[in-house]
Design a protein around this ligand. Structure first.
Ligand code: NAD
Length: 295
């Protein structure tokens, strides 16, 4: 049994920590949000009063926070309070510079750090089938693979420091481009008079298949995991999706790679945010392509 400290018990951190508890580990969690704390406590997480309390004596310290700025702020508290034998892992989706900062500041303080972002959404988090992409020194990555095992279906060593987060940024760009395809395809099918379930089944065994089409199909009552079934209550918030596509576009600018499809996805998310829908699910992008803007 290992002792985990976990900072960020939201849509992803909540179910991930539940799986650690179910696997018999001890988890000490921290979150700013009382609702997230209560849900995690119901799943067996011991709620700590501060980051310092959570990390004391922990074998592994995970951060699962919205953005780079949150990770940087919390990371400073972690480095000040954790035992240097603890392995530090960040599973948030952040910019490469933030991840580099974590690697460098951890090494300077005598810690091992691994960038450990995940793919699979909240359904993968609940089912303990997430794909972890690990970036770091070989010995730290090997140790990380053991700590992530109770939450993962697949763990891949992506390469050296920041390789995991670089892979995650590329992956999510592909996801949101696929979500555009699922949004446009679902709307066109509906307005051509097709039965949504029948068209979804055809696409599922045809070349229109994708993870977004399979899991987030933005039409109510077609797939159980779709946010469309619950008025687009977030499983992956619009503002976080906007952050991720922005990370890809920044990387594109830096490398000179042209990303016109990613620019279109950014436009959809920006429009939703301008309408005050930042907290809704990112699959609400379907609204942008419906003939009258309703879904
Ligand atoms: P979320 O907003 O549901 O959860 C983040 C939690 O962090 C919130 O509960 C918030 O209260 C807490 N928090 C923020 N600042 C804090 C602080 N200083 N101290 C303690 N707690 C703090 O977000 P999420 O959907 O769980 O995503 C977390 C990260 O994982 C993001 O980087 C996201 O891009 C990434 N991600 C999300 C998904 C998904 O499907 N939702 C999938 C893969 C990766």
């Amino acid at each position: 049994m290992a002792v985990y400290a976990w900072i960020g018990l939201g849509n992803m951190g909540g179910p991930m920590t539940r799986n650690l508890v179910e696997a018999g580990h001890s988890v000490r969690g921290v979150d700013l949000d009382p609702g997230a704390r209560a849900a995690a406590a119901a799943g067996g997480v011991q709620i700590a009063g501060s980051v310092a309390q959570a990390v004391e004596g922990a074998d592994a310290v995970f951060t699962m926070l919205p953005k780079g700025e949150h990770v940087r702020a919390v990371f400073a508290e972690v480095l000040a309070a954790a035992d240097p034998s603890a392995l530090l892992l960040d599973s948030s989706t952040v910019d490469i510079e933030t991840s580099k900062h974590c690697h460098e500041s951890a090494a300077a303080a005598g810690f091992r750090f691994v960038d450990a972002p995940v793919s699979g959404g909240i359904s993968g988090a609940a089912a303990a089938s997430l794909c972890f992409m690990l970036g770091g020194e070989a010995d730290a990555v090997q140790a990380a693979a053991g700590f992530v095992e109770p939450m993962s279906g697949k763990t891949i060593a992506a390469g050296g420091p920041t390789a995991g987060i670089a892979a995650k940024i590329c992956n999510n760009m592909m996801l949101f481009i696929d979500l555009m395809a699922a949004s446009e395809g679902s709307q066109l099918a509906e307005h051509l008079g097709l039965d949504p379930q029948v068209f979804w089944e055809i696409a599922s065994v045809s070349s229109g298949r994708s993870w977004a089409q399979q899991t987030w199909y933005p039409v109510p009552d077609v797939v159980p995991s779709s946010a469309a079934n619950h008025n687009f209550e977030a499983t992956f918030r619009v503002d976080l999706a906007r952050k991720d596509i922005g990370l890809a576009l920044e990387a594109g600018e830096r490398t000179g790679v042209k990303l016109p499809a990613a620019e279109l996805a950014r436009g959809h998310f920006d429009a939703l945010i301008a309408e005050g829908l930042a907290d809704k699910d990112c699959s609400l992008m379907v609204k942008q392509v419906s003939p009258d803007g309703t879904v």
